[in-house]
Design a protein around this ligand. Structure first.
Ligand code: UFG
Length: 328
């Protein structure tokens, strides 16, 4: 049976991809330090508790699991935190990935899926953005990930690494089975925060700027359902396992939604009013980020089939209702 070692498999995107790998017939083993991950989100395979900065722990996991492929999600992902404390981002995201690649090389593991991000592009110069768009990040988070992309290209050339680097735009939504969903501490993302605004009187939802050059003045983002991200990872794994050419792939729905449109969808789905306070722009927010995923569609055969805003919000709402009653 094909074995996949999933770092960060106890996190939001990692856990959904574990489900997709398991459904594709792969044996999943999660490697996670549970710093921002959650033990109860590990449902498709066992958990090895370990830190990617710890080379000995990685070597032990490689020796024990003998993976056919490594899917790497373990990372810190808050842009503002990366600006305030870049060292942590370079240590976890860049050095941690280096450690992992070196442990793989030492153990003869040559297939790798990397959880990359639209943040590696920086300010958009064209829209939609395809893989040829220039990359010049505007925060340490983006740099910490772009440096790994550089390593992947160099390792492929020199050491025969076969990789797929998947750059997500705005991951959102929750698994339709209701077992897993988005859980961040602290939460900063639009869909869960806007849901709080609709569901609670004591939470004030703020729109960060309504004076952008967009159709309604609020930022446009490309929301892609986390279940669609899961299927992209399963397809990328199959592609690499079958000897296909790897590379870099942008993953988005190809459709942009404004903050106000997301807020409207939340009102429709919940049947509740979402009071909207207009605040100042958040530093570093570009007006519009929309992906072209034509390459993922043609090379991997990927189709985002769940990424309409209504389905994203419905699944996130169902998860929020479940989490609200979850015993912790
Ligand atoms: N927004 C609000 N109010 C909120 C939260 C968000 O108006 O309370 C707006 C933001 O200004 C932005 C949009 O909603 O226009 C989406 O914001 P998110 O924070 O949900 O997502 P980002 O586009 O900022 O972040 C995404 C990924 C990050 C990644 C980043 C960089 O979630 O992991 O893109 O491209 F780092």
């Amino acid at each position: 049976m094909t074995r996949v070692l999933v770092t960060g498999g106890a996190g939001y995107i990692g856990s959904h991809c574990c489900k997709a790998f398991a459904e594709a017939g792969y044996e999943v083993v999660v490697f996670d330090n549970l710093y921002r991950g959650w033990r109860d989100l590990v449902r498709w395979g066992r958990l090895i508790e370990g830190d990617i900065r710890d080379r000995a722990a990685l070597d032990a996991a490689m020796a024990e699991v003998k993976p056919d492929l490594v899917a790497h999600f373990a990372a810190l992902t808050y842009v503002a935190e990366s600006v305030a404390d870049p060292a942590r981002y370079y240590e976890n995201n860049t050095f941690g990935a280096f450690n992992l690649l070196e442990a793989m090389r030492a153990h003869g593991v040559s297939r790798f899926i990397f959880s990359s991000t639209a943040a590696t592009f920086g300010a958009p110069q064209t829209t939609p953005m395809d893989e040829t768009h220039p990359q010049w990040p505007i925060n340490p988070y983006g740099w910490s990930k772009l440096m790994v992309e550089r390593m992947l290209a160099d390792y492929a050339k020199a050491y025969g690494l076969r990789f797929a680097s998947l750059r997500y735009f705005n991951a959102a939504g929750a698994d339709a089975g209701g077992e897993i969903g988005e859980r961040h501490e602290p939460e900063t993302h639009l869909v869960p925060l806007a849901l709080e605004g609709a569901l609670r009187d004591d939470y004030r939802f703020t729109i960060f700027g309504d004076d952008f050059a967009t159709r309604d003045g609020t930022c446009v983002r490309d929301y892609v359902h986390v279940t669609d991200l899961g299927s992209a990872h399963a397809l990328a794994a199959r592609h690499l396992l079958e000897g296909g050419e790897g590379g870099f792939f942008n993953l988005g729905s190809g459709e942009g939604a404004t903050v106000k449109e997301v807020a409207d969808a939340i009102e429709t789905v919940t049947g509740r009013r979402l009071p909207r306070h207009i605040g100042p722009r958040r530093e570093g927010d570009p007006a519009a980020l929309v992906a072209s995923s034509a390459k993922a569609q043609s090379v991997l055969g990927w189709r985002p089939t769940h990424s309409g805003i209504a389905e994203i919000v419905e699944s996130a709402y169902a998860w929020r209702l479940k989490e609200g009653t979850r015993e912790t």
